[in-house]
Design a protein around this ligand. Structure first.
Ligand SMILES: [Zn+2]
Length: 323
């Protein structure tokens, strides 16, 4: 058995910050959680990242410390992977341009890397999870929005300007609803958390019967989670909402699959906790739309890394750069 080595993975969110020690076997050995305190400004937030990393270092055994290969950070928004710069993350106000990799490698004397959170998720599933061994892999994360990550020829693909993988803004209806990005008919506008709920509410307004209001504890408390529960207990309206959501995501994925010809498509993010409720209609739509030869071969699966995905993915940046 080859000797284990380690990396520190940091999941930087607008509210919470998790840093974990990850082994090369793909296990989070332990992690430390802090508040990002993004509202207190850039200095405080960067200081908290340093604090979280220091807490992980303090928890390492001497052997783990010796085997440490570097630090990987997953951050929201536009990230310059090559230079390790985070640019204007939407939920970290006042960041403008932060040379996060440089700051962390200077402070801890370890190689440090930064990646966009959805890209990093894809890298994690490729290194340790559902996409392991796939030469080409497409990954989407379903949550507030729809993120994306591409692994092409075993490499994270970021494009000429390090912006690639914005799969949530694939257009599925050129005259469709207006997306947050300003464009019309982006798939994110149909499969994001609040839009799933919006569709359920529209159906309820039409006078349809459903158990989801009771499950959620009120009309204004409906969530994708409540819709999952309702659908699993046979609620027709909720089942319909999931079917439509999967069909929208599947339509966007069909274009992407026809373009890239991936071996595996991995579905992750909070909304993917709906499991087969979302996976089955995605598969059905892809089967209908993608060239048959390809449709018979591409595997569409749920991510397998669960709650540790972000920390594992961030840490996997380190091994990806070692290659
Ligand atoms: Zn958009």
């Amino acid at each position: 058995m080859s000797k284990l080595n380690y990396a520190i993975g940091v999941d930087l969110g607008g509210t919470n910050l998790v840093a974990g020690l990850v082994s090369s076997a793909g296990r989070v050995v332990f992690n430390r959680k802090l508040k990002t305190e993004a509202n207190k400004g850039r200095k405080v937030a960067v200081g908290n990242i340093e604090k979280a990393i220091q807490l992980v270092l303090d928890g390492c055994t001497p052997e783990q410390k010796k085997g440490l290969k570097g630090i990987g950070i997953g951050a929201p928004g536009l990230v310059d992977h090559r230079k390790g710069i985070v640019r204007n993350p939407p939920n970290l106000k006042g960041w403008n341009e932060v040379h996060l990799a440089k700051i962390m490698s200077g402070k801890f004397k370890l190689p440090a890397y930064v990646g966009n959170d959805a890209n990093v998720y894809a890298l994690g599933e490729h290194t340790f999870g559902a996409g392991k061994g796939a030469d080409c892999m497409v990954c989407i994360t379903l949550g507030t929005g729809m993120g994306g990550g591409l692994i092409l020829n075993n490499q994270l693909y970021v494009g000429s300007f390090q912006t690639a993988g914005e799969l949530g803004h694939v257009i599925i209806d050129s005259k469709g609803k207006r997306c947050n990005c300003g464009n019309f008919g982006c798939v994110e506008r149909y499969v994001g958390n609040s839009y799933i709920v919006e569709r359920a509410l529209e159906k309820i307004k039409q006078g349809r019967k459903t158990t989801v209001v009771k499950i959620a504890g009120g009309l204004d408390k409906i969530t994708p989670k409540a819709l999952s529960e309702a659908a699993n207990s046979g609620d027709k309206l909720a089942r319909e909402v999931w079917k439509e959501t999967g069909a929208y995501a599947g339509a966007a994925l069909s274009s992407i699959i026809n373009t890239l010809g991936p071996r595996v498509v991995v579905i992750g993010g909070g909304v993917s906790r709906a499991g087969r409720l979302i996976l089955d209609p995605i598969k059905a739509e892809v089967k209908k739309r993608v060239f048959k030869y390809l449709a018979q071969r591409v595997k569409i699966v749920l991510g397998t890394l669960g709650d540790d995905a972000a920390v594992l993915g961030s840490a996997s940046l380190v091994w990806h750069h070692l290659k």
